[in-house]
Design a protein around this ligand. Structure first.
Ligand code: T1G
Length: 692
């Protein structure tokens, strides 16, 4: 077994350095290495203290999530923590990078703790649908009190070691050679005759566990919107920490951890974690070389162009914004100034940074100004033919090797590539709104897009801290969304109401139901999206009906809902029900009822079926890529893992049977794609297809 923990002795101090890149996850090899190193140190009379430190970029960032769902090999992490805490010689944890989850639990089990000033720590287990299972729920409150500990565990957010309230965890925060500082700290302990200081012996930082209950319950309610189980168990474990002897509290935690681990929600959240990281593994990266990006060209004067320009300025690039008229160029310049001013007001940047960014920005009313740009993003929404003309112009203007990106919606990337003499430099990019918030972006490759072009756009997205997802020839998200909305429309046409569909899908965990989302998007925008991404022969035209009745969505005060007052209240509207009733009457449809479960199954089956089509067509490379897009771009509940994972959890064959039932019940609407047969017959579930 590769030695995962290096053992050294330096002046009576044993130094255990964990070496298991990339994040020193506490795999079986690391856990065994720590225990072996500790035993060696305790058995050596010359050793008077122990330092535990992470090699490479970080102290352990948690248990090895890849081991979950497989039999755990001894020593378990709780055992490792107990061995550290019960050691007869003082153990010092030296923290840098991000000590997270089990990594921080190891820190809590040490007797003393020092940290690099830039280090962060946290207990993010709830983001994986579990809870700290190696003593974190029992030791953290003993050092920091229940509220701080619960805040860490219920939000899962990392905490800088210099944050208010963090100092209770650390004996020193250092700026310099951490290893050297840690050995010196250990030697001081020896010279001062200080022995082990066990966290389990500390008194918990609060008296009555219910004194903070309201605060915690409110926080729990906020987090619980995301999932039902782990947050509640975390609260119970912290109460156990207050009310039970340490070992009983530990046992309660262990049992609660196992319960959480076995939930489908935890499996789905772990799937989402790896899906996001897997998505970025483009085959083109094996050979593609990212080109240097110094100047970014942005075409357009609208909101997207301005947001892209600002985000590029904030990342330090030079930006040239080109529009077609002087007036548009002036408008672009004022928009950029406004957005930068807003960033300063919100303290996202200092005034100096904003001024420096503005100094890197120029506008022009002629595309020729883009001739020195290393990458040009066309952020305009135009018909394909007009887009093609722009790319023909860019082909003549842009410098050799400049990457030409269509950042508009519903790109025809192959059409644009054919309009240039360097199709390899052409790619489409779907940046989901809101740009600053959405963590995902689709890179849509054309048939000729080169590896270097792909690598360049991925490096661009990494700098914007976005998960890149690979799509071929067309986008993934709009196709899945169109299928979802069509399924909803079929349900409403057959007898459901938009309000029941929204209620059912919110109950499934969507941030918004499909109809309220349509209202907020505005009918114009959603009509063009639905039209280009939906392949069905029969598309009920409720939006058209509502538009004809003067309803255009939330901004117009009326969509599928009524929006009145400030802030706008959202009301159901009998007029909408009447419009739909009339529509059914004209089409001779006898309405029938739908349960919320039936609605959820239909919508999920429709999304997964469209996902299966995208896989077969080669638009999407992996089912988990589809999940990553839907979670980050369309608010699909993360704890359901995405439509493909959720379909696996519901059972692919069950989904297939549902689709075929729909087709029997509403032959006019449902034409179940045979793709499910392909997957079902092969016995492969979507998750198995993620191995690529
Ligand atoms: N286990 C296994 N692999 C991990 C991992 C982990 N805990 N954390 C990261 N990786 C892999 C990741 O898949 C990627 O692999 C590579 O490391 C770089 O990660 C008992 C049960 C630490 C902030 O939730 O938040 O402890 O793609 O791309 O952006 O109570 O990784 O290169 O093959 O994310 O610099 C709790 C999860 C676990 C922390 C670094 N810990 N990790 O971010 O790099 S549960 C976590 C992160 C637990 C105990 C419980 C981030 C990071 P590959 P990356 P990054």
């Amino acid at each position: 077994m590769v030695q995962a923990v290096l053992f050294e002795i330096e002046d009576n101090v044993a130094v255990l350095t964990i070496k298991s890149p990339p994040v020193n996850a506490l795999s079986h090899a690391v856990r065994s290495g720590i225990v072996d190193g500790l035993d060696r140190a305790l058995g050596d009379d010359d050793v008077k203290a122990v330092v535990l430190i992470g090699g490479g970029r970080t102290f352990p960032a948690g248990a090895d999530i890849r081991e979950f769902g497989h039999p755990v090999q001894d020593p378990w992490l709780p055992e490792v923590c107990n061995r550290l805490e019960m050691a007869s010689k003082p153990v010092v944890a030296a923290v840098h990078g991000t000590a997270l989850g089990g990594g921080f639990e190891v820190v809590l089990a040490a007797h003393y703790r020092i940290a690099d000033k830039d280090a962060r720590f946290g207990l993010p287990e709830v983001t994986l649908g579990i809870l700290p299972g190696a003593g974190g729920t029992q030791r953290a409150p003993r050092l920091a009190g229940a509220k701080f500990a619960l805040d860490m565990m219920l939000t899962g957010r990392p905490v800088p070691v210099t944050a208010p309230g963090a100092k209770v965890f650390f004996d020193a925060v250092v700026d310099g050679d951490l290893r050297k500082e840690a050995v010196a700290f250990a030697q001081n302990l020896i010279s001062e005759g200080k022995g082990p200081r066990r966290t389990r012996d500390q008194r918990i930082g609060f008296e009555d566990p219910h004194a903070y209950q309201n605060e915690v319950t409110n926080r729990y309610r906020m987090v619980a919107r995301q999932q039902e189980y782990a947050p509640e168990q975390i609260i119970r474990c912290v109460e156990a920490a207050a009310l039970l002897p340490f070992d009983q509290g530990l046992a309660f935690e262990r049992s609660s951890f196992q319960d959480c681990l076995e939930t489908s929600q935890s499996a789905a959240l772990r799937h989402a974690f790896f899906a996001e990281r897997r998505a970025g593994k483009f085959p083109e990266l094996k050979t593609g070389q990212a080109r240097e990006l110094n100047t970014i060209g942005v075409i357009g004067a609208g909101g997207l162009a301005a947001s892209v320009a600002v985000i590029c300025l904030q990342e330090g690039w030079h930006v040239v914004a080109a529009t077609t008229t002087v007036r548009a160029a002036e408008h672009a310049a004022s928009e950029i100034s406004k957005l930068l001013g807003g960033a300063v007001m919100r303290k996202h940047m200092t005034q100096t940074e904003a001024d420096e960014a503005l100094a890197r920005f120029t506008t022009a009313s002629d595309l020729v100004a883009l001739s020195e740009a290393d990458m040009i993003l066309d952020c305009t929404i135009r018909p394909p033919s007009a887009k093609r003309d722009v790319f023909t112009q860019l082909d003549a203007i842009a410098k050799e090797g400049a990457v030409l990106v269509d950042a508009g919606a519903h790109s025809k990337v192959n059409l644009l590539a054919q309009a240039t003499g360097a199709p390899g430099d052409v790619v489409a990019l779907h940046l989901y709104a809101p740009l600053r918030v959405s963590k995902v972006a689709e890179i849509v490759l054309g048939g000729n897009t080169s590896e270097d072009t792909v690598a360049t756009v991925i490096s661009f997205l990494r700098k914007l801290d976005k998960f890149p997802v690979r799509a071929k020839n067309e986008q993934i998200g709009p196709r899945i969304l169109a299928a979802y909305r069509l399924a909803a429309d079929y349900i409403v046409e057959a007898g459901g109401t938009p309000y029941l569909v929204d209620q059912a899908m919110r109950g499934f965990g969507m941030n918004l139901g499909p109809y309220q989302a349509l209202d907020y998007e505005g009918f114009e925008a959603s009509l063009s999206a639905q039209g280009s991404a939906c392949r069905a022969s029969h598309q009920p035209d409720f939006v058209g009906r509502l538009q004809a009745a003067g309803r255009n969505g939330a901004r117009s005060g009326k969509g599928f809902y009524l929006y009145e007052g400030k802030p706008a209240s959202v009301q159901q509207d009998p007029e909408v029900i009447e419009l739909i009733r009339a529509y059914r009457e004209e089409n001779g449809i006898d309405p029938r009822g739908f349960s919320e479960d039936a609605i959820r199954y239909r919508c999920l089956a429709a999304m997964a079926n469209e996902g299966a089509r995208l896989l077969r067509e080669g638009v999407a490379r992996r089912p988990s890529d589809i999940d990553t897009v839907m979670i980050h771009a369309f608010g699909f509940p993360r704890w359901q893992g995405g439509p493909m994972k959720a379909a696996d959890n519901a059972g692919l064959l069950h989904m297939k049977v549902e689709l075929e039932r729909f087709a029997r019940e509403e032959p006019k609407f449902w034409t179940p794609d045979r793709i499910f047969d392909h997957l079902a017959k092969n016995g492969k579930v979507f998750d198995d297809l993620n191995t690529q």
